[in-house]
Write a protein of this length. Structure first.
Length: 284
């Protein structure tokens, strides 16, 4: 039986060396239950649409909900999460992007091995993803897997596959073979999170268990980060000051009764997708 990994204290040196820190305890049991109830209500209201969308199109519901729903915005600002992120990125923090990564029992959805840094056009790379678990994330239900230290190697060539069960929008995957024997499972208990570097090679398998995997990926950037093409993408200032002005700050949402992809959220998604398409045209 594999022994559970003890919670890690967050040190910048560990993050720079390994490309990840896991697990990091951040939410109490009561907080986890509260946020999970919010997500379950959100999912129930959007169930028909989520079931109708293929995995690579579910971003239309699951992405950037922190701009439109008060409870998601509140989760991105949780002090324990920000305290850990600050240990890596410093005191001035923005929440740039969020994505709900959810795999229900038997869901064939997977995420191929890839590197996020190849697509987002951000520099300097003072950016990380905090993956917050609102339920258990295990190897059986498709937890994230990483190749330790791979963020320190060269950027790998990647291709678009548009595989039907791949949750990535274009089925992006690295072209070289991955030695999965070297991969580490970022298993999490409810209320824990992992943090990983944008250039680490990572992916996840399908959920082959009877336990849902529910988690929110929050992409935090330090205030000095900018978009390489000179645009000013939307972000939320969640701690400190926006000293550089490289991002357009959005107003905090105050309601939870909207529908994803409509109203404010629809406007945000349109702007975000246009920015991503523009960034893709820029040289790496």
């Amino acid at each position: 039986m594999v022994q559970p990994v003890p919670p890690r204290s967050v040190q910048r040196g560990d993050f720079d060396r390994d490309g990840y820190v896991c697990p990091v305890p951040v939410l109490t049991a009561a907080e986890t239950a509260g946020f999970r109830a919010c997500y379950d209500d959100f999912a129930a209201r959007h169930r028909d649409r989520l079931q109708a969308l293929p995995p690579n199109q579910r971003w239309q519901v699951n992405s950037d909900t922190h701009f439109a729903f008060e409870w998601v915005d509140r989760l991105t600002r949780h002090p324990a999460i920000l305290d850990a992120v600050e240990r890596v990125l410093g005191p001035d923090l923005l929440a740039w992007n969020t994505v709900w990564f959810v795999k229900m029992p038997g869901d064939p959805t997977y995420i191929s091995w890839h590197q996020d840094g190849a697509y987002w056009g951000l520099e300097p790379m003072e950016v990380l993803t905090a993956w917050v678990a609102l339920g258990p994330a295990t190897r059986a239900n498709g937890c994230m897997r990483v190749l330790p230290g791979s963020h320190r190697g060269p950027a790998l060539k990647q291709r678009d596959t548009f595989a039907p069960d791949n949750a990535l929008s274009r089925g992006q995957e690295i072209e070289v073979a991955v030695d999965e024997a070297q991969a580490v499972d970022l298993a999490l208990e409810p209320g824990q999170m992992s943090m990983h570097h944008l250039w680490i090679v990572h992916g996840s398998d399908a959920n082959r268990s009877d336990v849902p995997r529910v988690g929110l990926a929050i992409r935090y950037v330090a205030a000095q980060v900018r978009q390489r093409d000179g645009s000013r993408p939307l972000a939320m200032l969640v701690r400190g000051e926006n000293r550089h002005g490289h991002f357009t700050l959005a107003e905090r949402p105050t309601r939870n009764d909207g529908r994803a992809g409509e109203g404010i959220h629809g406007e945000v998604l349109k702007r975000v997708r246009e920015a991503i398409e523009q960034a893709k045209q820029q040289p790496a």
